[in-house]
Design a protein around this ligand. Structure first.
Ligand SMILES: [Ca+2]
Ligand SMILES: [Ca+2]
Length: 254
């Protein structure tokens, strides 16, 4: 604040008549008010942008996989959903090539095929920035939406609406193929894709999947999240304004 006043009023040693000092003070007040509102807006924007990605708690995996992302129900259906882990004990996504890495997680396994198998991910209500971890991908996934590359092990490629893995027979018996993370930025009620094996794959390609997303805040939640910093700002602003005006009034009387 001192640097702001010095910037507006000049050196504190400079001689200023009372009227000039009053004008200077009011100018500083306007600048501080502008600065404070910008700071408050930046604080609220950064707070709202800090929402955590929550990954699915899968509860049932058969022909259709069903689970929850917070209060949102997620279903993964179509093609061939084969098996999975629903007790949160999988370490498949506990690697640096996932963002974020999940030390323990559920996982759903499905297949890519030579002819192509179509899948749909459905959310019971819109979610924000759905995030997909893929494990052992040796298929080309053609999405109806546009993914953004987030992380991978050097073998997962994203271009346009395509997420394509590479066959990896080098580290038998783990056969990890390609692994990594893509994000669909925006709000979505569903995602869909077709999985077709890449060249060299004989038979179906087993692919591991985990799905995360950020819940879209209800308007009331945004309001309550904003009211705290807003109240703090108003209290400190009014206090500072009262002190500053008292000082200006005293100086103008000298
Ligand atoms: Ca579970
Ligand atoms: Ca595979």
């Amino acid at each position: 604040m001192q640097s702001l006043l010095a910037n507006v009023c000049g050196s504190p040693h400079a001689f200023l008549p009372a009227a000039g000092f009053l004008r200077c003070g009011l100018r500083a007040e306007r600048q501080l008010r502008h600065f404070s509102f910008l700071s408050l807006a930046a604080f609220m924007a950064s707070n709202m942008g800090r929402a955590q990605t929550v990954f699915a708690d899968w509860t049932s995996i058969s022909a259709v996989a069903t689970g929850n992302i917070g209060s949102v129900t997620v279903q993964f259906s179509g093609g061939t959903v084969t098996e999975g882990v629903t007790d949160g004990s999988s370490t498949k996504f506990d690697h640096t090539y996932y963002s974020p890495a999940l030390s323990l997680s559920d996982i759903v396994w499905f297949n890519g095929s030579e002819a192509g198998l179509s899948y749909t991910i459905t959310f019971s209500s819109q979610v924000r920035n759905p995030t997909l971890h893929f494990a052992s991908l040796a298929s080309a996934l053609a999405f109806g939406q546009t993914p953004t590359w987030e992380n991978d092990d050097g073998r997962l490629h994203v271009a346009g609406n395509m997420v394509t893995g590479e066959l990896n027979n080098d580290d038998w018996p783990s056969y990890t193929d390609a692994n990594g993370t893509v994000i669909f930025f925006g709000d979505f009620a569903s995602l869909s894709f077709t999985a077709t094996v890449v060249s060299g794959v004989t038979g179906p390609d087993g692919i591991g999947l985990q799905i995360g997303a950020t819940a879209i805040p209800e308007p009331a939640t945004v309001w309550f999240a904003s009211i705290g910093p807003l109240a703090a700002f108003l209290v400190s602003w009014k206090k500072w304004r009262r002190v500053w005006r008292q000082r200006v009034a005293l100086l103008s009387l000298r």
